[in-house]
Design a protein around this ligand. Structure first.
Ligand code: ADP
Ligand code: MG
Length: 726
């Protein structure tokens, strides 16, 4: 055991960066080569099929079977040129991962042999045995039928020997069993609500697109050390481990030079991502040791979210090639920063106007202010729901724990926009709206060009920040599917925009100009939000919590309670009016969420107790026995224990910690037993929340032992080893 730990560490230290084989010198030469995109459609489909498919993708016209057969035929040709032998419907069930069931292309040819076959029916629909996916009671387990149906707006792609078809996943009775279906409904809702407003400014607008640019944070740990930590392997985070003497206090990791073994991994990942048409753009070290970030160029939300799911899968695979394991958990290590997935979000018209960026003239600014203010109003009205949309057992470690994000959803505007809103409140409604653009600033060094300063500053403590042309929803967890947050945000904005448009229409009907009608409708909204949801101060401070309570914002930190918000009447109204979820779906999803929460804490608690008893106590007892032998030997040799003061003091400390651990581990086991008898999913989750709250109290004596017990006897890789090897 002793030698194992050190040989593992040594072996990990000598791992060298793999040489990455690039398929071509320039990304542009292989970008999207594994995606059936418009270029491939043009090459592999006949003109009629192509035209019908584009109508379906761009205008939402339903696909007929003949077209589907034509598309499948072309896709098969293309796929087989890339060595594809299997197809799968690729979907996102409520398990927080993606699912796929592969079918080979072969079919009997009727002459005793087989042929490769792939029909429109195989493309459009499959019926996976769905009884084992979470449904929250929508389907009784004996009703195994669930259907996957092709989503033509997200392109088919090749992974290895398999053609992957992005699909939605629904039950026999039509309820969504996945993340994609409600997201697509919310995206439609926001477009439907925004278009009539945009048409007041530009009659050519037919569609409003929601954009998402995610920033994926993650940790890398050495594969060998990971395998020696049952907690990391099973729960994705360390359940014990004393702080390393040095962690992030010197701020030397953020944007630091990327270690070569990590760069090799990133390079490999970028190449594979680019081949799959994912525009990976930014990579850098994050704040904590061994923490990194990856971001693509933003894209349409449904596609960008699919790409995030694909990238997470790719990262898992490619990291292993480089002797790493990726940790997506929001808080893998205590005492250093956790990981999030900032969701940069904006809206734009199909005529090319970005609706959350100031315009080119006062009318453009008016349109921007309408969208800007209504987004803030939606965030204020649904602040607790937005928080619920990012709540999970794993993200709970970040929420309210003095690091991004705080457990209060407020919005950061920056000085420019705060000033604009305050001015609009007092100016007459017919005043043309001026917004300061980017400002040129001379640096004062001849060789450095003038730089342009954005009209927003930065506030890292805000969960929802305006950053010049978009909002950044920073509370999303690193392991989450962005769909939950994006569905809620887009639905909330959709309903708010519809209500605004209704009020605006009344003002217009009274004969006011668009400018005056819009400002008269906006002013009461601005005065409602400016001192409630808008907050530019320190989101982590205790004073803010008190102030937020006063302002009526939600400050709940318990995840099982947050989840409850989804079925409150205001939420049900929001989601049914926008057509995103039925009440039945909301109730079912909450059951799944509570159940998932319970199971995650239950698994962690089992691992924690077992490691305490099977790993840590035996090491502590061995050390205790060594110390006792010393003391006995001293007594035998010198007739007294005077020379063993240190040993005796250590013995006392260790013995008391061992006893404390035994008692607390037993108590936790008992608490679990009791919680397991609860039938109701919500109440069970509440009981497990109490268990989760007791983790630190069991962890503390374990971590103290790590400081005391002989390093050679310690059975687990320590933080300093996990975090500083690359
Ligand atoms: P940060 O400085 O916040 O860490 P990054 O460069 O890491 O910024 O990531 C910013 C993300 O925001 C990128 O994915 C980028 O493509 C995306 N983004 C930029 N503009 C928009 C926009 N208008 N809408 C949505 N996402 C955007
Ligand atoms: Mg970033």
């Amino acid at each position: 055991m002793t030698n194992d730990r050190f040989s593992l560490v040594k072996e990990s230290f000598v791992k060298k960066a793999l040489k990455v084989e690039a398929p071509a010198p320039k990304s542009s030469e292989y970008f999207a080569e594994l995606v059936f995109d418009r270029r491939k459609m043009q090459k592999y489909l006949d003109a009629k099929t192509l035209a019908a498919l584009l109508q379906c993708i761009d205008k939402g016209v339903a696909l007929d079977r003949v077209t589907a057969d034509g598309v499948a035929y072309g896709m098969k040709e293309w796929a087989m040129e890339h060595g594809v032998t299997h197809i799968t419907h690729w979907f996102q069930p409520l398990t927080e991962t993606t699912a796929e069931k592969h079918d080979s292309l072969i079919d009997y040819d009727g002459k005793g042999g087989v042929i490769e076959s792939f029909s429109g029916k195989d493309l459009i629909q499959q019926e996976p045995d769905a009884s084992s996916f979470p449904s929250g009671g929508i389907r009784a387990t004996f009703e195994a039928r669930g259907y996957t149906a092709w989503d033509p707006t997200s392109p088919v792609f090749i992974e290895g020997d398999t053609l992957c078809i992005p699909t939605v996943f629904i039950s026999y009775t039509g309820e969504a069993l996945d993340c994609k279906t409600p997201l697509k409904k919310a995206l439609k809702a926001v477009s439907d609500a925004a278009v009539p407003i945009c048409r007041l400014f530009d009659p050519n607008v037919d569609k409003v697109v929601s954009y998402l640019g995610w920033e994926q944070e993650y940790f890398l740990v050495d594969e060998a050390l990971y395998a020696a930590r049952p907690d990391l392997m099973i729960t994705g985070r360390t359940l014990m481990g004393h702080n390393s003497s040095k962690n992030q206090q010197l701020d030397d990791h953020y944007f630091g030079a990327i270690p070569s073994r990590v760069t090799a991994f990133m390079r490999d990942l970028e190449i594979e991502g680019h081949r799959l048409g994912i525009p990976l753009k930014t990579r850098h070290n994050e704040v904590a040791p061994n923490q990194f970030e990856l971001a693509p160029i933003f894209g349409e939300t449904n596609l960008s979210n699919d790409q995030n799911q694909i990238v997470m899968n790719l990262m898992n695979k490619i990291a292993r090639k480089h002797g790493f394991v990726v940790l997506f958990h929001e808080k893998p290590f205590d005492g250093i920063n956790g990981s999030g997935k900032h969701n940069n979000w904006s809206l734009g018209t199909d005529t090319g106007t970005m609706l959350l960026a100031p315009g080119k003239d006062p009318m453009g600014n008016l349109q921007f202010v309408i969208f800007f203010v209504n987004v803030l109003a939606a965030v204020q009205k649904y602040n607790s729901l937005l928080k619920a949309s990012i709540a999970s057992a794993t993200n709970a470690h970040r929420l309210g724990a003095n690091e991004a994000p705080p457990a209060i959803v407020s919005a950061f505007l920056g000085k420019t926009m705060t000033d604009v809103l305050r001015k609009l409140l007092v100016l007459p409604s017919d005043t043309p709206i001026e917004i300061a653009g980017k400002e040129g600033r001379k640096i004062g060094l001849v060789e450095i060009p003038e730089i342009f300063i954005d009209n927003t500053d930065r506030n890292r403590t805000s969960p929802f920040a305006f950053t010049g042309n978009r909002f950044e929803f920073r509370a999303v967890g690193s392991s989450a599917n962005c769909a939950s947050a994006m569905t809620t945000l887009n639905a909330a904005v959709a309903l708010q925009l519809s209500e605004f448009k209704e009020a605006l229409d009344k003002e217009l009907a009274a004969g006011k100009t668009l400018q005056v009608a819009a400002m008269d409708t906006l002013k009461p909204i601005i005065s409602d939000i400016i001192d409630v949801v808008c907050f530019d101060g320190n989101g982590y401070s205790e004073e803010w919590k008190q102030e937020a309570i006063r302002r009526g914002l939600d400050v709940q930190t318990s995840v099982p309670e947050m989840i409850k918000v989804f079925t409150e009447s205001a939420s049900v109204e929001l989601f049914t009016k926008t057509g995103v979820y039925t009440e039945k779906e909301l109730i079912a999803r909450n059951e799944v969420k509570w159940e998932t929460y319970t199971k995650k804490v239950q698994i962690e608690s089992r691992v924690l107790v077992r490691m305490a008893i099977n790993h840590i106590l035996p090491a502590a007892l061995e050390y205790k026995s060594n110390l006792l032998k010393e003391v006995v030997m001293a007594k035998d040799t010198f007739g007294s224990t005077d020379s063993c003061k240190t040993e005796i003091a250590l013995l006392e400390k260790i013995t008391s910690l061992i006893d404390e651990i035994s008692t607390k581990a037993e108590n936790m086991r008992e608490a679990r037993k009791k919680a397991n008898t609860i039938e109701d999913e919500y109440l069970k989750a509440v009981a497990y929340h109490d268990i989760a709250e007791s983790f630190p109290s069991l962890r503390k004596p374990l971590d103290k032992l790590e400081e005391l017990v002989d390093n050679r006897l310690w059975p687990l890789p320590k933080y300093r080893e996990l975090l500083f090897i690359s």
